[in-house]
Design a protein around this ligand. Sequence first.
Ligand SMILES: [Zn+2]
Length: 172
Amino acid sequence: MRPTVLLVAIALFGSPATQLLAAGPHTHAHGRAELEVTIQTGQVEGIFRTPMDNLLGFEHAPKTDAQKKRVEQLRQRLENTASLFRPNAEAQCAAKTPEARSPLFQGRGDAGHSDLEYRFGFACKRPELLKQIEVALFTDYPRLHEIQSQLVTPTAQIGITLRRNSHLLKLQ
Ligand SMILES: [Zn+2]
């Protein structure tokens, strides 16, 4: 029985190593990130969760000037949602003020691993013309390989895996 039980556990939770790094519902696995996008009545709300390693190449509190600079550059980029997530222009979506949370932004790293939680949104004037959201992260952050995405609309919930060569979150 024992080998069977082990296989089932791996199938459910991924490798034991990955499971050890899990923090709450979010699984911390380098190279991977998670995205939830909810669209309703012209409002787009998103939560992007990623290990900081994907964006910075490290997860400890920045020590060198170069590391401090990278953290500051990332923080500034996160203030500009449209540089990361781009709804198609026809929908006339304007970014709301985003919120970026990470222990690293407070100068500390948690137990060697550190995540980013990024909450963003758009208000769209022509939501009926919203067809897709381009995720513009893979080119600038080559350590990021895969984003497990959930798209939630009033009529559907769709799981989509985004990668470098398929980085469009398509609504239809
Ligand atoms: Zn990590």
